[in-house]
Design a protein around this ligand. Sequence first.
Ligand SMILES: Nc1ncnc2c1ncn2[C@@H]1O[C@H](COP(=O)(O)OP(=O)(O)OP(=O)(O)O)[C@@H](O)[C@H]1O
Ligand SMILES: [Mg+2]
Length: 498
Amino acid sequence: MAGARAPLLEVTGLAKAFGPNAVLRDVSLRIAPASVHALLGENGAGKSTLTRVLLGVERADAGAVLLGGARYAPASAEGARRAGVVLVPQERTLCAHLSVADNVVLGIEPAARARPGLRDRERARAVARGAIALVAADPARVPLDAPAGDLGVADQQLVEIARALAQGGLREDGRLAARLLVLDEPTSSLGHEDARRLFERVRALRDAGVAVLLVTHFLSDVRAHADRYTVLRDGRVAGEGDPRETDPAQIVREMLGRALDAPRAGSGAPPPGRGEVVLEARDVAGARRPRRASLSLHRGEILGIAGLVGSGRTELLRILAGLDPRRGGAVTLRAPRGVGLLSEDRGGEGLMLGRSIAENVWLSPRAPRLAAPRSLLSEAARWIERLAIRAGGPDQRAGELSGGNQQKVQIARLLREDFDVLLMDEPTRGIDVASKAQVLSLFRELAGAGKAIVLVSSQLDELVATCDRIAVLRRGILDPPRPASSWTEASLLLEASS
Ligand SMILES: Nc1ncnc2c1ncn2[C@@H]1O[C@H](COP(=O)(O)OP(=O)(O)OP(=O)(O)O)[C@@H](O)[C@H]1O
Ligand SMILES: [Mg+2]
């Protein structure tokens, strides 16, 4: 029984503030060796901050941490690594143009110090190969020499984990030495099947003796894969226990401090008034994906697109938005106020992290030329309120926000431009359960006011609950949409993976 053993990691009374903002308050938690420990909480609850303290990237203001019974206070990520504590952060870190092997050993390879000899390079490659073998059930899917950017997101995520493990170093016997692997929302960009594969590997690592601290918003994953859970609310521990013995509704209450509002009565609501067609695609084909996609999008509706990672969903949206060239077919837009895309790629095309929330809401990232006038600060404050963005105020730097709150700033920026057609690529990624319901009901409200929305999501329950019609994209080919009421999560999954 894991709970009876001495803990691998014991955190007591940890506190951390940024200026006046207390982010962690008196946090205590114990992680058993060779266990999967889930860390839950709303956006901005302090989860990533706790992981950064454990990694020595942020310094705690108070409290103590024991690792294997010894005092543990790393001054840097390097110190944490030497103690066997490694992190896969919330934001992706791979260099797309470097090979898988180079990414895995980046920063630890002897080449970083001096001119590498052949033996060093062989050793680095052996480390990379060993780490990949630990995380990939089928290492052939993750070739060492392939540029990391050529892999699908799921395999890139495995490379991130391999890299973290390799950074934990090797023991005398050549095995990896990491004792605690911290995964900050590892499945937020993954589809169902890829997430399942990833958890298979997480379990294998646990069985090999590694403790895993898993930050996630997915309660079903916690129930299926975690041995213990801890909930943070406003930087305090608000609940903990065995997820298999705890009612999920109770965990949600611990996260929110209240029960979750009842979801929108999907099929009971009056059928939304569908207006004229504002966007029409006929036999659209892209450079690689999609291969053939036709759809008619009406004012007042939310059209869902389901499909596995790699099926071409993002590529289709980018073509509909006019960002990528078409190889065939036709797109007709009949919308005076144009079309806006919420990008899946938060880091790359998304926020200006050094700028304020107000500037991010008001300026286009492609033309960051004006400062936000005062009146716009109050307008931004309204968006902060409307989307329940957790922030000090509209002038806080976007880079200081938690991951989920950064995502909400992106949604605010898109919505304030008042486009007729909204293309949403994984809009709720990284957003907590309560905010998710809120964002989705805002989409319904917008559709009710005459907007036309295309919603791409890997969360099939979200599609079924929110959309009017859903179409499945399979290997680049879009099937005709059907009413959402005719789909279930299970039938969508079956169709998407058939
Ligand atoms: N460098 C910083 N300066 C100021 N405030 C910060 C800084 N880093 C984090 N914060 C604040 O700390 C709080 C907790 O952030 P954290 O990233 O830990 O949340 P989280 O629980 O990981 O949320 P999410 O689910 O959205 O990822 C947030 O209110 C955030 O704005
Ligand atoms: Mg976070």
